[in-house]
Write a protein of this length. Structure first.
Length: 97
């Protein structure tokens, strides 16, 4: 529910609320050991931070999402995120591909 709320806030342009709610979604998923939800929450929060100009936070969250997907066993998704990370680290002024 928290992740959906964060996405709704982001879509509505309520950026402060979105950022806080993404953090709550990540923390809750981690606390309850829902690695799949933590992975998705980190990935979507990464997109939020990228689109709002916080590239450093975005990269950190993308790295965390990668680790979560790896731990969960979602190898193909982890590989896709690894490629995205490599691209973004090699092209820091880019907004992704």
């Amino acid at each position: 529910l928290l992740l959906l709320q964060a996405e709704q806030y982001f879509a509505m342009g309520k950026l402060d609320e979105a950022g806080c709610t993404y953090n709550l979604a990540i923390s809750s998923a981690n606390q309850h050991r829902f690695i799949n939800e933590e992975a998705l929450s980190c990935e979507l929060a990464s997109i939020f931070h990228q689109k709002t100009g916080r590239e450093d936070q975005s990269i950190q969250l993308l790295e965390r999402a990668y680790k979560c997907y790896e731990s969960w066993g979602a190898r193909a998704k982890a590989k896709a995120l690894a490629e995205e990370l490599r691209f973004r680290l090699d092209n820091p002024s880019s907004s992704g591909h």
